[in-house]
Design a protein around this ligand. Sequence first.
Ligand code: AMP
Length: 495
Amino acid sequence: MGCVSNSARKGAIVKVGKVEEVKVVTTTDDLQIQPRQFVIHKEADILKDYTMGPKLGSGAFGSVRIGTHKITMQQRAIKTIKKSSISEDQFVKDKFFAEVEVLKTADHPNIVRLYEFYEDQLHFHLVTELVKGGELFDYIVSSKNLSEPVAAHFFKQILSAVNYCHTNGIVHRDLKPENLLLDRQDSSATVKVIDFGTSTIIDQSKRLTHRYGTSYYIAPEVLKKNYDEKCDVWSCGVILYILLSGKPPFYGETDADILARVEKGVYQMKGATWDRVSSNAKNLIKSMLNMDPRSRPTAAQCLESTWLTLMPDATNQDSIFTQDVLENLTNFRAEKKLQHAVMSFIATQLMNKNEVSQLAQAFRALDTNGDGKLSKDELLAQYKNTMGANQAEEEVQRIMKEVDVDGNGFIDYSEFIMASAKRESLLSKQNLENAFRLFDNDNSGKISAKEIRNILGREVISSDEVWRDLVGQVDQNGDGEIDLREFTEMMLKLF
Ligand code: AMP
């Protein structure tokens, strides 16, 4: 098991910007299951686990390639960074680890998922979900400008990711269409925000002072090196302008020309293209490109803008599918912590991408305020469509109790995927065998208490007894370990 390092090496658990106390776990009931626990920092040769494929692109820190995971045969994106390119500069190094920390904790349908993190002698490798539809930028170029419903479909997703970041204390600082990937090249695609290399954690008592960003999208207050998370709202305003017109609001021959326009906040919305754009859309852009960040709306307020709330859904979300999803949620149950952990592991690390993509659409439809998590009220509104108020209240209370595994009062994205997926596909033979092999890190054919602790117990203080108890609940032959038959039987009891 030696290759798993202690990710709590900095001494505290950082949960997207907020420093949390290390949790003391004395019984298996105290264990919380969070997707970040499955993002393991492995000090190992990545080529043992992945076959490297073609290059996808290059960024500030290194190159990105397609990699195929040898056990699951899943294709993923692997960003490789030479240690020598960041190790001399502590500032750059800290930023790199900040990106890992942000991605590790971000659990949102529009933020690229981090699966694993490798470290070998010369490199770091970030293994993320592969987003196949290319950059939103290319989609805009090929479509020139988008119809308002399609632009709103993309923009709502971008704002939802930004709002999620801001409410969790993160500023991205380099939002632009090149950092927004699509899962497929069509107008109903899902957007994924990538590249958190310039992101930072907001300390409410301090203003940000480092100048980051790309000329077309940079906010004027960033040029003055005195800013906060509202700089992302400005960049989103620029993105919306481009989505609707195909052109940037601030332009010029050189960077200096562009920045001079940004500093003055001079742009126009005139001409044939803009004549066709609704005044609600124009009003939203104007509010987001307000020179005074204090008067600029928050991402949450933008999500509530008249333009977005009145815009019909361009994706024609299939309401029959949403009903199926609600029914799966209703039927979700897990009696044992380990069952929960395995389901959460499969949902976040192994599930079929097409199914996840469909569920992500259903999640968006249910998440009416676009904050990237489902509240009790959002669920109640849905269930009241098909049952009486009292029954809906009871149903939702039961669902929250069963599904809200980390106990934060909301159903997070991964919790939703886990609980709303079809049971037969989540717990397919293939997924169960793959999960077993990945838990069984030393390939012994059995999962030990130590192996489970290395996955679920890296960020808590606990005694060995807790992990032995967890195994004991499943270990039928009493050998202190879990074999594939015991593992499969434990999971199939959920049918
Ligand atoms: P980055 O270093 O994150 O800016 O990535 C550099 C380029 O690699 C991007 O502009 C994308 O074209 C590509 N890329 C990065 N991450 C992914 C991903 N998860 N899936 C597909 N392509 C990616």
